[in-house]
Each structure stands twice: as structure tokens, then as C-alpha cells.
Design a protein around this ligand. Structure first.
Ligand SMILES: Cc1cc2nc3c(=O)[nH]c(=O)nc-3n(C[C@H](O)[C@H](O)[C@H](O)COP(=O)(O)OP(=O)(O)OC[C@H]3O[C@@H](n4cnc5c(N)ncnc54)[C@H](O)[C@@H]3O)c2cc1C
Length: 477
């Protein structure tokens, strides 16, 4: 069996950066992907399906860590930020700061070439089928090459960057660190078009050339949201994400039979700024559908011989579904920790646990709180969201939440806000409950456990989240 120090399975955002970081540390790295090099990073036959938006802070991080400089065409358009609009379009909250729209196909190619320049070997047309396990440790992978032959490859560490449907994660033996599957309640079905459009009107609540727009609306996008993200060349990335149960409830209550596909078309019709459009044919990446998780990342990102980064570890942000940034941050950290572990000739679980701690400190520590907030949000109908966005939270408080900071709305806040209507008062009480739970989650994550404390810690997290899930059920209409 061929042997490498590190196998990076999947050459998407997380994979190419993990391979680069590990190779920069001097490890013998093999990066594998099922696609050929012209289609690297392509998630499905539908293309590089994504909203393409990423915060500048994440770009800054990888530039600094990997000593690179990104520019056009990888960075397609700079935007001032993301704006979240209420269903009645009367309130607009800022969410995350300055950012970019990426050209995903070009970015993926750039990152894969960067990994090769750093010294990683890159093999295309390799279909990863599962991990090779020996004595409860991953010691390599098996899969099929271009000719369909089964090829096993050994390694000291495998970094799983295969995306949401990762066959490596699903085939890990049952263990306390990483679950094999994600509940459908924690998944958004999403789809998007990249299109050239003719604009009608100038209302920047529907299309804003300087901001990415998110439309909360439980009728148009039950359990999720719709988005209009600007790109260069008069193009936009327009899409919808929905949660399965919310869509079913909404369809039943409104006697409708909408699907994700029909909802995207309805959302485009709803937007008065889009007079006409044609799908951008570039790279065959104009129309696509795929899934995103909206939960906290797996409580551990490592298992003996195995590390995971990006969508394979459920890393997208639970409220925005933004997964590029976390995939980049995690890819770099996983690659660095793996490279250092190989150099130190210690690839034990104890050694690679450091990756859990580093990811938690940089990004992961806020996502459990955001998951709780997402579950609360999905329990509100349009009227309650409208009311909440004008009465419950100030723009500053909402922005704080988006960064994982817990706003100080306690009992004092209740008296300061003039609330009317029993539904609204209950929704506000529920917000206070959620904020308390978010605080508790942040406390727990501020003390990310050592291996020996992990089981107990995980029980506490699961217990808190179970209470949130018990209290809030999808209720879009
Ligand atoms: C519609 C939509 C909109 C989104 N919008 C945004 C957004 O605006 N901003 C944002 O930050 N995030 C967004 N996301 C999420 C973001 O796209 C992902 O978080 C990101 O692509 C994760 O990168 P990754 O490298 O972990 O996985 P992926 O990009 O999925 O890469 C996985 C790689 O592994 C390869 N692979 C998979 N299985 C195998 C196998 N068995 N054998 C060999 N190779 C394999 C694939 O070909 C691919 O190259 C969106 C997602 C969707 C679906």
C-alpha cells in the first residue's frame, strides 16, 4: 500500500487550504478529489453551488497564515456587508462586516494550484469510498481510481474535507467524538442562480450593488431565507434556503405544493428590481441545488488518525449558513496541526486534539449559541419577525448576535420595550429564554474540554440544546 504522511480527501475550499498548510510544514501530503483539475472544487453535477459570499476577516486570516495575497478574479466583488431585511421590508439589520463575492470555480483552481506549489501531490478522478480502520484508528482510505480499480492508500493522518455528504465521516465506527449523520432538522435545502439581469427600479432593499441582501420571509423561504448577492458584470447570485419541516407546514397551511425549485422562481418574480434575466453560462455554474447544515460543528473534529474540516464537520454558520469562512479557517488550522504532529512524530489523538481547541478559540465557540438562536427564529412567523425586528432588538443587539456576542437584554430590557399583543409578549419572553441559553452555551464553549472531560462536557451541551429544541418548533405560518 502506498503511504503518505497526510491524505487530504476532497480538494474544495477546506481541502486545498489544509493541503497547502500541511505541505508548508514539510509533510508528505496527498490531496485527492473525484473531479478533474479543470473542475476542482465542484460539489455536484450542478456546479460549485454557493452564494459565494465570504467575510473579509476570513480572507485576511488565510492571507496571513499562508502568506498569500488574493485579488481578482478569485475575489470577484467587494461589498460593504450583509443586510438582513424583515419580511415587511421595514427593518434592516447589518450582519457581519465587509466581504467579498468569490468566483468559486476560479478560487478553487487557484487554491488547488497553491497546494501543489507548496509541495502537495494532487490526484484527480479518485472516488473516496471510506476509511481504512485498524484497532479503532483510521490508517488510510480506500476508493477507486480513474479506471475504476480499487486503490488503498495509507497515511498517518487523514483530513476529511469531502463536504456535507462525506463518505469518510459516515463510515467512521460509532464513537463519542463525531456523529455519522446530521438530523434533517439541522439541514437547509438550498439552491441558487447566477444570472445577468436587467434592473427595474432602484430600491436597494431588493438589489444593492454595495451589500449582500438577505430576505427573511417564512412564506417565500420557510425556515430559511432568500438572498440577492451582487457580483461583477451586472450579475447577481440569487437563491433560497428552506428547512424541510417548515416548508411542509407552510405548504399544508396555505394549501400549496411548492418545492425549493418553485420557490426560487417565485422569489425572483417577487423581486421588483429583477425585470428580466438570463442564467450566466460561465463554467456551467449558473443553476444549482445542494444542502447546507445550520448547526454547531461536531463537538469534536478529530478521531484517532482522522481530522475533519469544512462542511464534512457541519461548520457553516447556523444563522447565515456561511460555510466558506469556517471551511477556510478550519482547513488551515487542520493542515497546520497535522503538519506539526507529523514533524513531531506524534499523530496521536492527544496531539491532534489541539486542532479542536484552536478551532474552538478562533470560530467554533460561538456556533452553539447561534444554533439556539436559529431554532428560536424558525419558530416565528412573519408577523412575529416583523414585530421582533422593530421592537425586540436594536440594530446593535442584532449585530452582536450575528458575531456570537450575547446582547444585554435582561429584565430591564423588558420594561424599556413597549410590547403589545400576547403573541408578541410570548415571543419576547422566548427571546429572553434563548438569550439565557446562548449565554450558557458560550460559557460552556469558553472552556473547551480536554479529552478526559469531553464526554461530560458534551452531555451538558446536548442537554441545553435539547431544551431549546423542545421549546421551539418550526411554525412558519
Ligand atoms: C446554495 C448554497 C449557497 C451557499 N452560500 C454560501 C455563501 O454565500 N457563503 C458561504 O460562506 N457559504 C455558503 N454556502 C456554504 C459553502 O458553499 C460551503 O460551506 C463550502 O463550499 C464548504 O467547503 P468544503 O471544502 O468544506 O466542501 P465542498 O465545497 O463541498 O468541497 C468538497 C470537495 O470534495 C469532493 N468530494 C466529495 N465527495 C468525494 C468523494 N467521495 N471522493 C472524492 N472527492 C469527493 C468534491 O468534489 C469537492 O471538491 C452555500 C452552500 C450552498 C449549497
Amino acid at each position: 500500500m502506498e503511504e503518505f504522511d497526510i491524505i487530504v480527501a476532497g480538494a474544495g475550499m477546506a481541502g486545498a487550504l489544509a493541503a497547502t498548510a500541511a505541505a508548508q510544514k514539510g509533510a508528505k501530503v496527498l490531496m485527492l478529489d473525484r473531479n478533474d483539475s479543470t473542475q476542482v472544487g465542484k460539489k455536484t453535477n450542478w456546479g460549485w453551488v454557493c452564494g459565494d459570499a465570504v467575510a473579509k476577516s476570513h480572507i485576511d486570516f488565510i492571507e496571513k497564515e499562508l502568506n498569500i495575497k488574493l485579488s481578482s478574479p478569485v475575489l470577484d466583488l467587494r461589498v460593504d456587508g450583509v443586510q438582513v431585511l424583515s419580511p415587511d421590508m421595514q427593518n434592516k439589520f447589518p450582519f457581519e462586516g465587509e466581504g467579498f463575492s468569490l468566483d468559486r470555480p476560479k478560487a478553487a483552481k487557484f487554491f488547488a494550484e497553491m497546494a501543489v506549489k507548496a509541495g502537495a501531490e494532487y490526484r484527480t478522478h479518485y472516488e473516496v469510498e471510506g476509511p481504512i480502520i485498524e484497532s479503532n484508528k483510521v490508517i488510510g482510505i480506500y476508493g477507486r481510481n480513474e479506471k475504476g480499480e480499487q486503490v488503498k492508500i495509507g497515511s498517518k493522518l487523514v483530513i476529511d474535507t469531502l463536504g456535507i455528504a462525506s463518505t469518510l465521516r459516515r463510515k467512521l465506527p460509532p464513537n463519542e467524538y463525531i456523529e455519522n449523520t446530521v438530523s434533517t432538522d439541522d439541514i437547509e435545502s438550498t439552491g441558487r442562480y447566477i444570472m445577468k439581469f436587467e434592473r427595474d427600479g432602484s430600491d436597494i432593499n431588493y438589489y444593492d450593488p454595495k451589500n449582500a441582501l438577505i430576505h427573511l420571509n417564512q412564506i417565500l423561504a420557510p425556515g430559511g431565507y432568500g438572498w440577492v448577492f451582487p457580483k461583477t458584470g451586472g450579475r447577481i447570485n440569487v437563491g433560497v434556503g428552506v428547512e424541510k419541516k417548515s416548508l411542509e407546514i407552510r405548504n399544508e397551511r396555505l394549501s400549496k405544493k411548492d418545492t425549493l425549485h418553485s420557490l426560487i422562481d417565485e422569489y425572483i418574480k417577487w423581486n421588483p428590481n429583477i425585470k428580466s434575466y438570463e442564467i450566466d453560462p460561465a463554467d456551467g455554474n449558473g443553476k444549482g441545488y445542494w444542502s447546507v447544515t445550520v448547526k454547531r460543528q461536531f463537538d469534536s473534529l478529530v478521531f484517532p488518525g482522522y481530522m475533519g474540516a469544512g462542511d464534512s464537520m457541519a461548520m457553516p454558520n447556523p444563522i447565515s449558513a456561511g460555510g466558506i469562512g469556517p471551511a477556510m479557517v478550519a482547513g488551515v488550522l487542520a493542515g497546520e496541526v497535522a503538519g506539526d504532529a507529523v514533524a513531531a512524530k506524534d499523530t496521536s489523538l492527544e496531539r491532534i486534539w489541539e486542532y479542536n481547541v484552536k478551532y474552538n478559540n478562533l470560530y467554533g465557540n460561538k456556533t452553539a449559541a447561534l444554533e439556539a438562536f436559529r431554532i428560536y427564529l424558525q419558530s416565528l412567523n412573519n408577523d412575529l419577525i416583523n414585530y421582533g425586528m422593530s421592537h425586540f432588538l436594536t440594530k446593535k443587539e442584532a449585530e452582536d448576535i450575528s458575531y456570537g456576542r450575547i446582547p444585554k437584554i435582561g429584565i430591564a430590557g423588558t420594561f424599556n420595550k413597549v410590547l403589545s399583543g400576547i403573541g408578541n409578549i410570548n415571543a419576547f419572553k422566548n427571546l429572553l429564554f434563548t438569550v439565557q441559553k446562548m449565554k450558557r452555551m458560550n460559557e460552556l464553549y469558553s472552556k473547551y474540554p480536554r479529552i478526559s472531560e469531553f464526554s461530560e462536557w458534551k452531555k451538558l451541551i446536548n442537554g441545553e440544546m435539547a431544551e431549546v429544541k423542545e421549546r421551539f418548533k418550526p411554525n412558519p405560518v
